[in-house]
Write a protein that binds this ligand. Structure first.
Ligand code: PMP
Ligand code: GLU
Length: 388
């Protein structure tokens, strides 16, 4: 059989690849300090699991509407209305098997072949691949470590051409943890409206922002902005696969049409669990926030003790993105080689920066216990020192 040119040209996700290698090592009995794939180390809260059990017991185990059960879409719409003063209803929402699928739906909905999608870099690994699948062209806007990787409106403006169809923003950012300044976000929204460009805003880490205001452009405009969210991080539900888009009814309808043909509906049991996640007790989210905040300080302290390592201060998500290029030598001359070395020598899994469009860096997820982080990052520091 012949694999299509489309797929021959498509690289696999480097984050999921690191997970595969780390999991294999664990199965081989090796103790791995796994700071690779980004997912909460916390269990899914009990009330959410109970809701799933209840759904199974009540046989809510059949196909649902392709865009998701109305109860969940209402809960999602309500979340935005409460937070941002919007007036969304279930007709503005499409629930998917994770935000990744929502983003794929949206690229297929909004991008024609040859259209340009502006993506600030470092970027989450899947954006360019999803643009590629929609036969669009990614246009990267490089953000700077000295600005803590925060994108500005003028940087975005400089990348706009007559072919620009979408600006794809992610705040808090994976992999850098950067949170876009409210004033810049406002200006970017105004620019998108003025120039008739769609703005996709991925806020999967919306609940994990530290000492800083998080905004969503959908609070200022609901015609040009589509927001993407996820239960994965907020409720420690990565394996359940529930994400969503919210925005213009027509965009939701087209996205629903695509999903109905490509995937039917997201998992019915997970949808009922997500209703409880959104409407039930939110204490677990506060507890996770407090834990990540504490670990962030701890991780930055540990990394700053390693001579030669520089690490911008992230304001959100649960990642740090240190510059490891000072440790490059003739053999280990890129982030993939360094990540491989750290895994083999220190049994520490991190994701190479190249997958995020940022050679010279590695991403460390601090969604791990304090003990794991202390031991693992000490091992990492020692392995790096050995290269000097
Ligand atoms: N966007 C960002 C920025 C992410 O980091 C991820 C991965 N967690 C996703 C989208 C996709 O999340 P999920 O498909 O698990 O909802
Ligand atoms: N988003 C997570 C990460 O960046 C999970 C893996 C993925 O979906 O790519 O590690």
């Amino acid at each position: 059989m012949q694999i299509t040119e489309r797929l021959q040209a498509l690289a696999g996700s480097p984050t999921t690849a690191v997970k595969q290698v780390a999991d294999q090592l664990k199965r081989d009995g090796i103790k791995v300090y796994d700071f690779g794939v980004g997912e909460p180390d916390f269990g899914t809260p009990e009330n959410i699991k109970d809701a799933a059990v209840g759904a199974m017991e009540q046989n809510k185990t059949k196909y649902t509407t392709a865009r998701g059960i109305v109860e969940l879409r209402e809960a999602i719409a309500q979340r935005y209305n409460n937070k941002y003063g919007t007036a969304f209803g279930p007709e503005h929402v499409v629930v998917s098997g994770g935000a990744k699928q929502s983003l794929y739906n949206l690229m297929m909905t909004l991008v024609n072949p040859g259209d340009e999608v502006i993506i600030p870099s470092p970027y989450w690994v899947s954006y360019p691949a999803l643009v590629q699948l929609a036969q669009g062209t990614s246009v990267f806007v490089e953000t700077k470590a000295e600005n803590d990787f925060k994108v500005t409106a003028s940087e975005i403006e400089a990348a706009i051409t007559p072919r620009t169809k979408v600006i794809n923003l992610n705040s808090p950012n994976n992999p850098t943890g950067a949170v876009i300044e409210i004033e810049e976000l406002k200006q970017i929204t105004e620019m998108a409206v003025e120039k008739d460009i769609a703005l996709i805003y991925d806020e999967c880490y919306e609940c994990f922002v530290f000492g800083k205001e998080h905004g969503n452009p959908i609070q200022w405009n609901q015609e040009k902005v589509v927001s993407v969210g996820s239960a994965s991080k907020t409720y420690a539900m990565t394996g359940w696969r529930i994400g969503w888009m919210i925005g213009l009814k027509e965009v939701a309808a087209a996205s629903d049409r695509f999903q109905s043909q490509a995937a039917s509906n997201p998992n019915s049991i997970a949808q009922w669990a997500a209703v409880e996640a959104l409407l039930g007790e939110q204490d677990a989210v506060d507890e996770m926030h407090a834990a990540y905040a504490k670990r962030r300080t701890m991780v930055l302290d540990l990394l700053n003790q390693v001579d030669g390592l520089t690490c911008p201060v992230p304001e959100g998500a649960f990642y740090v993105f240190p510059d490891v290029s000072n440790f490059f030598n003739e053999e280990l001359c890129d982030s993939i080689a360094i990540a491989k070395y750290l895994l083999e020598e220190a049994h520490v899994a991190v994701v190479p920066g190249s997958g995020f469009g940022a050679e010279g860096y590695v991403r460390i997820s601090y969604a791990a216990s304090e003990q794991e982080l202390t031991e693992g990052l000490t091992r990492m520091g020692e392995a790096l020192k050995a290269l000097k």
